[in-house]
Design a protein around this ligand. Structure first.
Ligand code: PMP
Length: 458
């Protein structure tokens, strides 16, 4: 049994010693002390079905024995920087990763996070093309460093120099989570995010202007290039399914049309696979494959290391060449311990047929959630692919008014029933269901039953 500090003790230490920007889920946050595959355990030994951690950390399951073994063995043998000396772990994982990618995407740069991967990808695109302008999508999340905060397109994740910018609309009505995250940081830190990014209309089939007509949204990118730039751009960055943005699947036909427009303008296409990659969408290993496109640069993180800090940028040898113009390195990106873990992850996905599982269980889960949508007016939309699903709550179907408080309530109640789901979307009214890929049909049924039970009681 757990004998460490209580939730209250941890909270008071956090208050004194940790950044005020740190946030947590739930009105009463959970003190999670153990993890095993799709389950998490709190300090009282209570078990929770984790339907969100698949994206935050694990793709194979918490503490997957094969991944743990690979990490522990390498840690016992050697942990060092990636640069300076040779070590087989980084080369082996780079080879295995490159083999999972289509076309000539064969050169890997490792980083420690998704933000770093996207920063690097954007820099490479700018260097390669000699242009500065980058096009990203409204409602996107690509990171929170200088360039990536520019590409991120939700005001609640973008800092400004002005005091009072903390007057974010979430603060008045939402929980501690948003209060901590937005208000205090905005008031205590001052920051200007880099510009040079144009944010195109989001091809959002549920809330977007043009519904599911991908070609119409793609026209907006053409307009942006024509009117907002010299006619040439460095690149375009997007996810295949927006994660933080609330599991938004890009309208069909959008990516192929935009990729062709960007290429004509001399730009590179960057696929941010931080959330949608690594077999999560079930039908394909990479999210972009669902759209029939091949990017020039692919970025990844999160699931790549099943919870250890690791990210990567993969591109073609020709494009990778730009980084030889100066010295470029990352002390720990791709260190032996993390890359040993990464290689183990790829083996587990294959050995345990996790992509097939994401497809089968995800299809079943989506069907059951769709049936729930037909039962409750509170559910405005059910969407996503494989084990990357979203459930959007609205107070009325016609105007699609975000049901923010109801979302918090249902999430809290589901936690009491032992099920953890995530929350996202610009209005904070979308459940993000992104479990470890070992999630079973029984787990899916339990999740839907818990949601059904909660909504019925409202
Ligand atoms: N891209 C996407 C699509 C993300 O969801 C995130 C993190 N939420 C990032 C990039 C940034 O990753 P990290 O937090 O590891 O820097």
């Amino acid at each position: 049994p757990y004998t460490g500090p209580s939730a209250d003790e941890i909270l008071s230490k956090r208050k004194e010693y940790l950044s005020p920007s740190m946030f947590y889920f739930y009105t009463k946050p959970l003190n999670i002390v153990d993890g095993r595959m799709q389950y998490l355990f709190d300090d009282k030994g209570r078990r929770y079905l984790d339907a969100f951690g698949g994206i935050a950390t694990v793709c194979c399951g918490h503490c997957h024995p094969d991944v743990v073994e690979a990490i522990v063995n390498q840690t016992k043998r050697l942990q060092h920087s990636t640069v300076l000396y040779l070590n087989h772990a980084i080369a082996d994982f780079a080879e295995a990763l490159a083999n999972k990618l289509p076309g000539n995407l064969k050169v890997v740069f490792f980083t420690n996070s998704g933000t770093e991967a996207n920063e690097l990808a954007m820099m490479i695109a700018r260097l390669y093309t000699g242009c500065h302008d980058i096009i990203s999508l409204r409602n996107a999340y690509h990171g929170n460093a200088a360039a990536t905060m520019g590409a991120t397109a939700q005001s609640n994740w973008k800092f400004n120099v002005l005091q009072g910018d903390g007057e974010n609309k979430f603060i008045k009505e939402d929980t501690q989570l948003w209060k901590n995250m937005i208000c205090q940081v905005c008031l205590t830190r001052k920051y200007v995010h880099q510009s040079g990014v144009h944010h195109a209309l989001n091809p959002d089939p549920y809330r977007g202007f043009f519904g599911s007509d991908g070609e119409k949204y793609a026209k907006d990118v053409q307009d942006l290039i024509q009117f907002g730039t010299s006619g040439n751009v460095a690149g375009f960055i997007s996810e295949a399914i927006q994660g933080v943005g609330g599991i938004i699947e890009l309208a069909p036909g959008y990516l192929p049309a935009v990729y062709s427009t960007i290429k004509k303008a001399g730009g590179l296409c960057i696929a941010d696979e931080v959330q949608a990659g690594f077999a999560r969408t079930g039908s394909h290993f990479w999210g972009f494959e669902n759209h029939g496109v091949v990017p020039d640069i692919v970025t990844m993180a999160k699931g790549i290391g099943n919870g250890i800090p690791l990210g990567a940028v993969v591109t073609t040898p020709e494009i990778a060449e730009v980084l030889t113009r100066r010295s470029y390195f990352n002390t720990f990106g791709g260190n032996p311990v993390c890359t040993s873990g990464g290689l183990a992850v790829l083996k587990v996905i294959e050995k345990e047929k996790l992509q097939e599982n994401a497809f089968v269980v995800g299809t079943h889960l989506k069907e059951r959630l769709t049936a729930l949508k037909n039962k409750y007016d509170l559910i405005g939309d059910v969407r996503g692919r494989g084990l990357m699903l979203g459930v959007e709550l609205v107070t009325d179907q016609k105007f699609k008014t975000p049901a923010k408080l109801e979302t918090i309530h249902v999430m809290d109640q589901m936690k009491e029933l032992g099920v953890l789901v995530g929350k996202g979307g610009f209005y904070g009214n979308v459940f993000r269901i992104t479990p470890p890929l070992c999630f079973t049909k029984e787990d899916a049924d339990f999740l839907v039953d818990a949601m059904d039970y909660t909504m019925e009681k409202m």
